[in-house]
Design a protein around this ligand. Structure first.
Ligand SMILES: Nc1ncnc2c1ncn2[C@@H]1O[C@H](COP(=O)(O)OP(=O)(O)O[C@H]2O[C@H](CO)[C@@H](O)[C@H](O)[C@H]2O)[C@@H](O)[C@H]1O
Length: 470
């Protein structure tokens, strides 16, 4: 089958969070199953795009409201990612250093989606599936079935994967004129809560909707930022498929970003070497347990509570723990996390910013990784932690609930029920007990590292889904 993934992010081309990891890995595993999986993303001004070779495969003009724009589709020449990568360049709109965060993001992603469909519609053949990811590509299912100019591809199945329903991309009806012509009586398919809502529209129009874990699908029926009733109505076409991880990128035995590589047999020495190096850089003490957090500093991740959680834990445990944070996001949280450095120097540090290399070093060097998320559609950090022998401390929610079993239930992680300071500091207390029980701690590390979360299984699940659509 030929599958074309359309996304705003793809690792290593452009990454903000977990969406990039999924789109950079799933197609590779689909190709291994004998499919032809391709990825198309906007041509941002990123390092990967600047440093790799692309050739033009399509060059055209597209209508855009009362105006038009020129776009070029480039293909990466060497297939180095394990799939055909296409980037769509629209001068002045896509060619910027960041993926999101501009005042005209709505216009940028509408233009991108139009360019993608203008390109696909003139192919000599039809793809078997157009697979859209999150709201940035959420207008595609509507446009494919309803826009007059895409009539020749209107029978191509579309699939939407919801990586995070917290973000829906709503915009006002004043921007409707950007969309290619369609019968106006179909406008209701774009609408949710008085706005044009790309995520809601995709839930209505895509042939199938997937979420990135089974538990998140169930939770969304009651908690999906206003989309609950829509999801309940469309439940029949939704399925939860748990994400995998790219075990070629996330492998402590071959990871080029680590100072010392290791495997299940050498995990103790390997982790200690990485921890020591990390602690040297961040002025921490490698003889004490190292608690970490990696991620976007936003409320859904429980980041607003982190400063108080760490303050309480560091007060309680005096000189017996280290904490290291890597993240960026909410300015207030960033500021408070920075302030803690002055209070707890030598046992606490924070890297405010985005750094792929430091994240790998932390998965390898940490003893524990905290994820006190309020909402977690799947979560990849805990899967990376497991593979790197780092014990995840997670709230029982979404994909965290589906992938981490508490040590008290014969498992390998530390779980808590609420995103609260009390719950998380209690979980930290339990983690210290585990850390001090050296025999058990070593056994837990080995158990975690044996778990297989590679994309092989999920890639098969997606194949089964596409086959229903044929
Ligand atoms: N400051 C920083 N520096 C370096 N690396 C950083 C970083 N901040 C985050 N990362 C990296 O970004 C990724 C985060 O992935 P997650 O899946 O945990 O969250 P995210 O909310 O972005 O993804 C959404 O989509 C994914 C994919 O479907 C779901 O798993 C998830 O639940 C959903 O919220 C990881 O690779 C992590 O290492």
């Amino acid at each position: 089958m030929e599958i074309i993934h359309v996304s705003a992010e793809c690792y290593p081309v452009a990454k903000v969070g977990g969406l990039a990891d999924v789109v950079g890995a799933l197609p590779k595993y689909q190709n291994k199953l004998g499919h032809i999986a391709k990825v198309v993303v906007p041509a941002y001004d990123t390092k990967f795009i600047r440093e790799n070779d692309f050739e033009v495969t399509y060059d055209a003009w597209a209508n855009y409201g009362n105006n038009h724009f020129q776009f070029r589709v480039f293909k990466e020449k060497t297939n180095k990612l394990g799939f055909d990568l296409y980037i769509v360049h629209i001068q002045g709109l896509t060619d910027r250093p960041n993926v999101y965060g501009y005042a005209d993001d709505t216009e940028r992603f509408i233009a991108f989606q139009i360019a993608v469909l203008d390109w696909i519609v003139q192919w000599e053949h039809r793809p078997d599936v157009i697979h859209c990811h999150d709201h940035h590509t959420g207008l595609i299912p509507f446009m494919v079935t309803n826009s007059v100019k895409y009539a020749t591809i209107s029978t191509v199945p579309t699939v939407l994967t919801i990586h995070n329903a917290q973000y829906q991309g709503q915009f006002g009806w004043d921007k409707l004129y950007y969309l290619p012509a369609f019968d106006l009586w179909k406008s209701g398919l774009l609408e949710w809560d008085k706005d044009i809502n790309p995520l809601a529209s995709a839930i209505k129009c895509a042939w199938r909707v997937t979420t990135v874990s089974p538990s998140y699908l169930e939770e969304m029926m009651n908690n999906a930022r206003g989309l609950e009733s829509l999801l309940r109505q469309e439940r029949y076409k939704c399925v939860g498929i748990l994400n995998g991880i790219d075990t070629e990128v996330w492998n402590p035995e071959t990871d080029p970003m680590l100072g010392k590589s290791y495997n299940i047999k050498t995990v103790e020495a390997g982790k200690l070497a990485n921890k020591t190096a990390l602690c040297n850089v961040f002025q921490l003490d490698p003889s004490k347990p190292l608690f970490t957090f990696i991620g976007r500093l936003v409320d859904e991740k429980g980041a607003d509570l982190l400063p108080d959680i760490f303050y309480t834990a560091l007060q309680q445990h005096g000189d017996n723990i280290n904490v290291l944070v890597l993240g960026s996001g909410d300015n207030w949280v960033e500021g408070r996390l920075n302030q803690l450095k002055d209070i707890f120097g030598g046992k606490y540090n924070a890297y405010i910013g985005y750094n792929e290399q430091v994240s790998h070093e932390m998965y390898a060097g940490a003893d524990f990784l905290l994820m006190p998320s309020r909402v977690e559609p799947c979560g990849l950090n805990q899967l990376y932690a497991l593979r790197y022998g780092t014990v995840p401390i997670v709230r029982r929610v979404g994909g965290l609930k589906d992938t981490v079993v508490d040590i008290g239930d014969g498992g390998f992680g530390i779980c808590h029920d609420q995103t609260s300071i009390w719950d998380v500091t209690h979980a930290i207390n339990r983690s210290i007990e585990l850390y001090n029980d050296k025999k058990k701690f070593k056994a837990v590390r080995k158990t975690m590292m044996k778990i297989d979360h590679s994309w092989d299984r999920a890639a098969l699940n997606y194949t089964e889904l596409y086959q229903i659509l044929k």
